[in-house]
Design a binder for this molecule. Sequence first.
Ligand code: ZN
Ligand code: ZN
Length: 429
Amino acid sequence: MTCNCLTQVTRDVKRIENCGMYVDLIKTSRGVVRMGSMPDISKFLTLHGFREEIVVVPDWEGSMAGDNHTGEEFVLWQAQVKGGIRKHYVGKSVNLSQMYYNLNDTFSYFFDPKRISIMKKRWLDNWFKGHIAAPIYENGPLKIDFGKGNIVLSDHGKVLYDRLEFTPSQNPDSQIEKVLAKVPTDSKPRQALEIKAVGTGNGFVGTVASFIVRFYKQVIWIDPCGFPAHTLARHGVHWDDITHILITHNHEDHIQGFSACLKRAEYTKTPLNLITASSIYGQLKKQFTPFCPGFNALVNFIPLSPGTLLELDSIQINSRWNHHFLPYGTLGLRISANGKTLGFSGDTKLDATINGVLKREELLPQWFAHCDLIFHEVDFDNPASVHTHWKQVELLQQEISGKVLVYHTPFLANAPLPLVQEGKTYCLE
Ligand SMILES: [Zn+2]
Ligand SMILES: [Zn+2]
């Protein structure tokens, strides 16, 4: 998360801005109305102390900064995990259904209470109450008009918000170009496997888990985080240095920056090389084609089949199916180059008791036996969490010789296990 700020636009309108995107919040007699979304919006709402009752779902649009539907999944996870209120989602029929069904494809899956199998949950409707505006939504004195390509909100007959009028004149894409112009590109071939930790947090805290793996001329970005130009620039990386994107699974905290990457591919007329499993790719294509109709032509899909080696010039990628809770699967990785190997857990519930039931060899600590360095996801608090409790990572470390570092967690100064350090570049020589 960078360059976040809150500004007062009018007496009734506040604006959360972050790295070329913004979300407006309007105070009305029927509660706070939020205009659209953006990556990490749930973190920003918490940061600035908002609890909005109504969410306006605009046409699905975006720029190289990001899109205005991504972010909503973690608004729901936040409500589901930490408590919240059922919000009224208002918009044109097509926009509401795009958002609802995309959320239903990811947010509605979870583990059973014993964390053994994946279950479909009916909890989306506990938090999402859709209201179709055709083209006007009325709630007592509050009126939101979606006609004439605009969104105009009035309360007690007074216009409080006119979306077109409130749109800044600056093109967000030119802002991105300005950011990129300040970052040097780096095409120096790497002779050793290099891993940069761009983000080590999760959907609730910090910058989401996101890593760049480099060897020779390949630069693979695992799980692109939101606001790519700014976030990579913060770590001295030029966005266009990335040669491949690897997506481990479809949860929002792992695809936050995907829409921006599609827009960048469109802008630079350079296809996006996407490494992932067929089922994950299928879901991405289904989800993002309405946002980006040119999806097929823009994405060069490189299939990764768990259990089968993928060779990308001089990099070898091994993968497995993790124990996580999406039906499209979640990837764990072993990435090798020049005789060295990085193990990368991806989101997975490593647990000795559960593995005794599942009896899947690739989920055992030995899968990482020949890795020199292992990044493993962790939960420091709750042994029953859907993530790996730190005691289980401790057991993993006892069974293998490679160094294990943990991520997908808020920073913890007195962590009982060593953390992956955000911003640090790890070199396997
Ligand atoms: Zn996940
Ligand atoms: Zn995650």
